[in-house]
Every structure is written in C-alpha cells, then in structure tokens.
Ligand binder design. Structure first.
Ligand SMILES: *[C@@H]1O[C@H](CO)[C@@H](O)[C@H](O)[C@H]1NC(C)=O
Ligand SMILES: *[C@@H]1O[C@H](CO)[C@@H](O)[C@H](O)[C@H]1NC(C)=O
Ligand SMILES: *[C@@H]1O[C@H](CO)[C@@H](O)[C@H](O)[C@H]1NC(C)=O
Ligand SMILES: *[C@@H]1O[C@H](CO)[C@@H](O)[C@H](O)[C@H]1NC(C)=O
Ligand SMILES: *[C@@H]1O[C@H](CO)[C@@H](O)[C@H](O)[C@H]1NC(C)=O
Ligand SMILES: *[C@@H]1O[C@H](CO)[C@@H](O)[C@H](O)[C@H]1NC(C)=O
Length: 415
C-alpha cells in the first residue's frame, strides 16, 4: 500500500516543504469561497456545464455555511483542504480518542495518516469541530469516548478489559482484503464503527478527492516535451489484481517504461517528488494500477497523479466516474482487452488537441487530501446511527468487496 512510499518520502517531504511553502507564499493566491466541497458520503452529483462530478455531504456542523478554504502545496502537488474557521467553536465537551494499536507496528503519525497526538490534526486542518484529542495513554481507557484499533495490528489477547456502554470502538483498515489475514470470527460484533477507504464506512478515509479549484492553474502540459509514452512506477511485482500480467500484454502493443523494483529503469532519489516532477513531464500516460480491484479501492496512485501534467490510466475497483470528472483519466477496465486500450492510448497520445482535452477539467477542479479526521471528530460529536453496523466484518470487508482480477485468457474475473 501507500504508506511505505509516504514514509520514504518523509525526509524529502520535509526538505521540499520548506522550499515549496516559500514559493507558495510568494505566489499571490486568493482565498476563494468554494462553490462546493466534495468530502464523502452518499454520493450526489453536480453538473458544471457538461462535467458531472459526484460529491459528498459536509459534516452536519458545516451545513448551510459558506466555506472558505485555502490550501498549501505538498511536493506531490496534492493539497490540504484548509477549512478556515471563522465561526466560534464550542470549547467544552472535547472527545477523547484512544489509539489502542500502532499502525503497522509503528507509532509514526504520518502512517496514522496525519492523526497526530493531542488536538493537533484537528486544529491544523482547521476542522469545523476541533474538539477532539488523541492519546496513546491506556490509563485513560475509561475516559475515552472512542478507541481506535488498526486491524492489522490487533492482537487477540490485547483488548481493553472493560468497556463503558457509550464508548465507540472503531476498527481501522486501509489494506485491500487479500492483505488482511485475521481471525474474522473472533471479531464479530465487537466494533461500533468502521474507518476505511470504503464509501460505506462510518468514517471513510480516502486518499484524496476532487474539489473546486481554489488556486490558479499554473501549468498546462507541454505536449512537445512528452516524447515518451507510458510511465509505470511500481515496487510490488506480484499482486492480487494481476496488473503485472495485464501490463505485460499491454507492452506488446505500446511502449511502457517500468521504474522501480519490478522494472529496468530507476530514478533517483527513488519515489521522490523530483522524480515524479521530471518523469511526468516526459511521459504522456501514467499507469495508476492498483494492486487489487475491489469495491472503492483507489489510492494515492490515482489522486497524487492527478496533480501532475500526465493522464492517469486507471485499473481499480473504484467508481472512477463517481469520484473524478470525465476526461481526467482513462479507465483500463472499460476496455475489453489490453490491445484495445493500447490502440486508444496511441490515438490520444498522437493528437495534441485530443490529448489536451484530458486536462480541461483542471480549470474547474483540483485534487485535495481528504480531511477524514474532521469527519471523525464531527461524527464523535454527532454520532447518529452507525451507517455500517458491521457485525460480520468478514462479509463486509472481504465478501462484499467483490474483488476481481485480470486473467490472461478469460479477461476480468472474480477473485
Ligand atoms: C456539452 O456537450 C455538447 C456535446 O458535446 C456540446 O455541444 C456543448 O457545447 C457542451 N456544453 C457545455 C456547456 O460545455
Ligand atoms: C457547552 O457549552 C454550551 C454553552 O456554554 C452549553 O449550552 C452546553 O450544554 C455545554 N455542553 C457540555 C457538553 O457541557
Ligand atoms: C490553515 O489556514 C490558517 C489561516 O487561516 C493557517 O494559519 C494555517 O497554517 C493553515 N493550516 C494548514 C495546514 O495549511
Ligand atoms: C488544543 O490543545 C491545546 C493544548 O492542549 C489547547 O491550548 C487548545 O485550546 C486546544 N484547542 C482546541 C480547539 O481545543
Ligand atoms: C458498541 O458496540 C457494543 C458491542 O456490540 C454494544 O454493546 C454497544 O452498545 C455499542 N455502543 C454504542 C455507543 O453504540
Ligand atoms: C484530433 O482530435 C480532435 C479532437 O478530438 C479531432 O477533432 C481531430 O480530428 C483529430 N485530428 C486528427 C488528425 O485525427
């Protein structure tokens, strides 16, 4: 998954941050009132001219308010939503979230996806409701309003020994089903809420979302500099989706350069923003191929790339048409086979006008990091009914994920 990459990037990120922030502050940008925001929820659709984009309701506390947000750049060109917070927040009744497990054996907050200690994440995101605090201190178990368990770090003999009836137990899982090996039966009926990339989670934790553009569009792709065809940066060579088989077939019809441990090319420093920056200028297409094709599974492989001047070719289980504007990507799963996809890519890649039409969406939209911690905090204050009372976690997480994969002979088949 994504967070290894993210961790490797950390040092570079910190260095780049300083530079990029400086540049950003030198660029004159206006804070605009966003016309709409698309954090998550039950998807509804808005039409902008011919663009139809799905969007998701705001936390209840934001309803009826005009949001102003502004953003900062990260090296990977994905923006933080910064809900600026002109209205007073309630200062009493803070909710305490106890982080019971680490995240993949580590307490590194980057891997906890920006869930920093104390109220820092909620405050730095200018969440509409910042009255939440996280802690690792198990002696505060009885005070905790909610407990967060990362599924892959759960130990069967390490559960809290008591539980008060109002305490919300939250299971957090971001890996696709095939990477999760736990005793599902023992987890039945334990948790109140789910946190995951699934749209039907109680608190969806997504890698990004498309919102209205609030900053000036700086670049357009320089078609003439794009001498190369397809770029694939990949380190996991054997996957559940069998993307490697698909790409092998695709490569019979169109040039693909494979960077990273599954390929022959390297870029230094590996997986850095510098590499992304320079490679995406040279290539026309980027393979945003997920390791699994499962319900709603779409990672930074898609969202980060949308920030660059390259067309993502997707291969995943998300409803891409529901999360991104038309002509912002090309969906491989919509083609009967790799040969047809190759023909289509060749066509788009050889016609500058057609190629440029895949960047038109950027005039209206930009990609943001998903402020899931704001939704979490808001939800703790307005719990309502669980949207997904998943007593049977296995059924929800694995069976209902409806994963498929590529088969050389049969095409896309159920896993
Ligand atoms: C919508 O698409 C149609 C057909 O492609 C085109 O004629 C029309 O001008 C478009 N409208 C807008 C507002 O872009
Ligand atoms: C928080 O403060 C508000 C206004 O002072 C009050 O109405 C409300 O009952 C308080 N809530 C809690 C949980 O103490
Ligand atoms: C959000 O905006 C405020 C100003 O409104 C700024 O002080 C803060 O640093 C910003 N936070 C982030 C994470 O960009
Ligand atoms: C966040 O925590 C700091 C330090 O504990 C505290 O001073 C501040 O008031 C808190 N902010 C909110 C919105 O609760
Ligand atoms: C959370 O789930 C437990 C176990 O199913 C249940 O006993 C408890 O009432 C639930 N708590 C809330 C606040 O929903
Ligand atoms: C290039 O694409 C544009 C837009 O789709 C189309 O109108 C034009 O005919 C194409 N040119 C060639 C040479 O195919």
């Amino acid at each position: 998954m994504a967070w290894n990459t993210f961790r490797n990037l950390k040092t570079v990120t910190v260095l780049m941050m300083a530079g990029v922030l400086l540049v950003t502050f030198c660029i004159i940008y206006k804070t605009q009132v966003a016309r709409e925001v698309f954090p998550r929820g039950s998807i509804s659709r808005t039409t902008h001219g011919n663009l139809t984009v799905s969007h998701v309701p705001l936390p209840p506390s934001l309803k009826g308010r005009k949001l102003a947000f502004h953003q900062i750049y990260e090296p990977r060109l994905i923006s933080f939503v910064n809900y600026s917070n002109p209205f007073p927040v309630v200062r009493n009744g803070s909710k305490l979230i106890l982080l019971w497990t680490p995240w993949n054996h580590q307490w590194d907050t980057v891997n906890y996806y920006f869930l920093r200690p104390g109220n820092e994440s909620f405050v730095s995101y200018h969440c509409p409701n910042q009255l939440c605090t996280t802690t690792r201190d198990r002696s505060r178990l009885h005070e905790a309003d909610a407990i967060l368990f990362h599924l892959l770090d759960l130990k069967e003999n390490d559960f809290p020994t008591s539980r008060h009836p109002q305490q919300i137990w939250m299971i957090y899982v971001m890996e696709a089903p095939w990477l999760v090996h736990v005793s599902w039966n023992r987890l039945k009926g334990i948790f109140n809420w789910t946190l995951s990339y699934r749209e039907d989670s109680d608190v969806p934790v997504k890698y990004g979302f498309l919102g209205s553009r609030t900053t000036k569009l700086l670049n357009t792709p320089h078609f003439s500099e794009k001498k190369k065809s397809i770029l694939w940066l990949v380190s996991d060579c054997s996957t559940n989706s069998r993307r490697e088989d698909y790409v092998k077939e695709l490569a019979r019809y169109i040039d693909i350069d494979v960077y990273g441990s599954c390929g022959t090319k390297t870029c230094f420093p590996s997986q850095s923003a510098t590499c992304y920056e320079s490679l995406t200028k040279e290539y026309k297409f980027y393979l945003s191929f997920e390791n699994s094709i499962c319900k709603d599974y779409v990672t930074e492989k898609f969202f980060n790339v949308l920030g660059y001047d390259i067309i993502p070719v997707t291969f995943g289980g998300a409803d891409y048409a529901g999360i991104a504007p038309p002509k912002s990507y090309i969906d491989a799963t919509q083609f009967p086979n790799p040969k047809d996809l190759a023909a289509f890519l060749a066509k788009v890649g050889s016609n500058e006008t057609l190629y440029a039409s895949y960047f038109k969406w950027k005039e209206t939209f930009q990609v943001y990091l998903y402020p899931w911690m704001c939704h979490l905090c808001d939800r703790l204050h307005n719990p309502g009914q669980p949207t997904s009372s998943h007593n049977d976690l296995y059924k929800w997480w694995v069976t209902d994920a409806n994963c498929i994969r590529w088969d050389m002979n049969k095409g896309f088949i159920r896993v």
